[in-house]
Design a protein around this ligand. Structure first.
Ligand code: ADP
Ligand code: 5GP
Length: 215
């Protein structure tokens, strides 16, 4: 079936948030989504946390000192910001707003505090997914297998896991990341379903008008 000549699909981008206790797999899932899906871009956060081995400034985070972070907050450059595990994290607004305006989706790897702040500002654009580990034992195994944090940091993050998990009911969707491929399939299904929501396809009004024109 051919489409009317002036059918120009354009849609409203969404803020697609993945949150989880540290180690449940959101970075792994984010990287796969970004590599395999079109039309979605990562929101790279700023943080005062020191880089882990292999992390790249501008790709994984913008690593800044406390003074620079405070300046960004004062200048209103962050869409949300929070203290997580003794370090500050925040979302630079400029990239996100540009992408949404172009009709691109934006992927966020942020905690429940940031998700809450985004929901207060732009609930209609927000889709939030909480990722659970299959067990706390497996969560600790994954944190240790990642081998990027000291024993002390792993213990601290495990202590905080139950507190993080207690926010699961504030999310639109919940996925248990046991089998990675299965969990990724669920994340993709959510993304694709949300893209088809009527209100994310504003061009449909024009399309329907043309579609139903009397011949
Ligand atoms: P987060 O970003 O939530 O802190 P990561 O994505 O860094 O977690 O994952 C922590 C570790 O667990 C990594 O070594 C990753 O390869 C591993 N991992 C992620 N998902 C799974 C899974 N479904 N099964 C086994 N290991 C996993
Ligand atoms: P990590 O230090 O393991 O990279 O991240 C620690 C926690 O901070 C994770 O829960 C991650 O989702 C969260 N985080 C990362 N960037 C941001 C951000 O910009 N804002 C908020 N609120 N949390 C973030």
């Amino acid at each position: 079936m051919s489409r009317p000549a002036n059918y120009t699909p354009s849609r409203r981008g969404m803020m697609f948030v993945l949150s989880s206790p540290s180690g449940a797999g959101k970075t792994t899932m984010s990287r796969r989504l970004l590599a395999e899906e079109r039309g979605i871009t990562l929101s790279v956060s700023v943080t005062t946390r020191p880089p882990r081995p292999g992390e790249v400034h501008g790709r994984d985070y913008y690593f800044v000192d406390q003074q620079k972070f405070n300046q960004m907050v004062a200048a209103g450059e962050l869409l949300e910001h929070a203290l997580v595990f003794d370090h500050y994290y925040g979302t630079p607004a400029q990239h996100v707003m540009g992408a949404l305006a172009r009709g691109e989706d934006v992927l966020f790897d942020i905690d429940w505090q940031g998700t809450h702040q985004l929901a207060e500002q732009c609930r209609d654009d927000l889709v939030s997914v909480f990722i659970l580990p299959p067990s706390l034992h497996e969560l600790e195994r994954r944190l240790r297998a990642r081998a990027q944090d000291s024993d002390e940091v792993v213990r601290f993050r495990m202590q905080k896991a139950a507190q993080e998990i207690s926010h699961w009911q504030e999310y639109d969707y919940v996925i248990v990341n046991d089998d990675l491929e299965e969990a990724l399939g669920s994340v993709r299904a959510i993304l694709h379903g949300e893209r088809l929501k009527r209100e994310r396809q504003p061009y449909l009004h024009g399309f329907i008008d043309i579609l139903c024109q009397v011949r």
